[in-house]
Design a protein around this ligand. Structure first.
Ligand code: FA5
Length: 349
């Protein structure tokens, strides 16, 4: 058998026996490398006669191509086997088996907020967003609370060095909303109907029903001939939709410089059933949603003529609403970050 046939057989045998890429590379170097057997055959051709060189050269080149192709094929084969081995060595699991994944859940305040938004949207209100850092003008002066007005004492908050403050009430957005939609009201007769939920801050001693950081949801409606009956209708609709059961409500006079007349809307405490407990300061009632007819000065400051238009505003205590809806006894649990207590609530919409 000639040298070429011997080498061909040898390469075929070695390739069939090798099972890893490192050995395979050694075979490549042994035959096709600088000092490899096939390379040596090519180098030796210089000693042949021109005729022999031609036919021998063609044979050696065929062998070289054969070896290169077989080595490439083997590389592909071994790489595929390696992937198969890796897959086989991966832990096997049944994807249909139920897994114990701890699922996240919405915060009770988010749930109540979303529910209120849906209720008011369905009654034609827009939902507005508003910053947490506001000016003194937004939070107080535009709301008929000039500097040094005693009503400010109830809403001490956190002040920034530049004079801005963390809003103590969502009413801080009223002026901007009146200005934003006032033109559409005056020129096109489209009533202003907006709610704006948001986080509020107060420098407040905390107890079971007071937090220094809590949520409110403001609502305003302005048009011609808006009266207290419109206000009562929207408040009643909202509460019956949120609680989906009869709850005792009382409306009593309340003072806020930005409404006239002003009311406190309280609900009978759902934690104690009205008997009195720490969640309702032992009164049996919980202040939930102060409201009233927007003061003429506030309308005027918002660019709306109080001789022509009237409106109502309310400031729903969203955090307290969440407490009542979910039977949370202590408001401080809501900011506690305790997943154990917070994750038990689900969206029941
Ligand atoms: C206000 O903040 C007025 N801006 C509400 C308003 C709006 C009146 C529009 C008239 C017209 P008050 O300070 O009472 O009012 O707060 C409103 C509601 O927010 C309260 O009834 C209560 O539900 C909630 N709230 C107030 N302070 C706290 C607190 N520290 N912790 C938790 N909830 C609070």
């Amino acid at each position: 058998m000639d040298k070429i046939a011997v080498l061909k057989e040898e390469i075929t045998k070695k390739l069939s026996e090798t099972a890893d890429l490192v050995d395979l590379d050694k075979i490549r170097v042994a035959y096709l490398g600088k000092k490899g057997s096939i390379t040596a055959l090519l180098k030796g051709m210089k000693d042949l006669s021109p005729e022999e060189r031609k036919s021998f050269g063609a044979e050696v080149n065929k062998l070289k191509t054969f070896a290169a192709e077989k080595i490439e094929e083997k590389i592909t084969e071994l790489k595929e086997k390696e992937v198969e081995r890796e897959i086989a060595s991966m832990p096997q699991f049944d994807i249909t088996t139920p897994v114990d994944l701890t699922r996240g859940s919405y915060h009770p305040i988010t749930l109540v907020q979303r529910q209120c938004e849906a209720i008011f949207k369905s009654m034609g209100f827009t939902v507005e967003d508003y910053p947490e850092v506001v000016t003194d003008y937004e939070c107080f002066e535009s709301l008929n609370i000039p500097k040094h007005h005693p009503a400010r004492d109830m809403q001490d908050t956190y002040y920034l060095d530049n004079g801005q403050l963390l809003k103590s009430q969502t009413s801080a957005a009223q002026n901007a909303i009146l200005k934003k939609y006032g033109k559409n009201l005056v020129e096109n007769g489209v009533p202003i109907k907006a709610i704006f939920p948001g986080r509020c801050f107060r420098n407040e001693a905390t107890d079971a029903c007071h937090e220094n950081t809590f949520f409110q949801m403001e609502g305003v409606m302005v048009d011609k001939d808006i009266s207290i009956s419109n206000l009562i209708f929207f408040m009643k609709t909202m509460l019956s939709e949120v609680f989906r059961k009869d709850i005792k409500v009382r409306l009593r006079p309340g003072f806020f410089p930005f409404v006239e007349p002003g009311f406190e809307l309280d609900i009978s405490c759902l934690i104690c059933g009205g008997d009195g407990c720490p969640s309702c300061k032992h009164s049996g009632w919980l202040e939930l949603c102060p409201c009233g007819m927007i003061h003429p000065n506030v309308l005027r400051e918002g660019g709306i003529d109080p001789e022509e238009y009237t409106g109502f505003a309310f400031g729903l205590g969203l955090t307290r609403l969440a407490m009542m809806k979910y039977g949370i006894k202590d408001i401080r649990d809501l900011n506690s970050g305790s997943l154990k207590s917070l994750s038990q609530f689900t969206d029941d919409e």
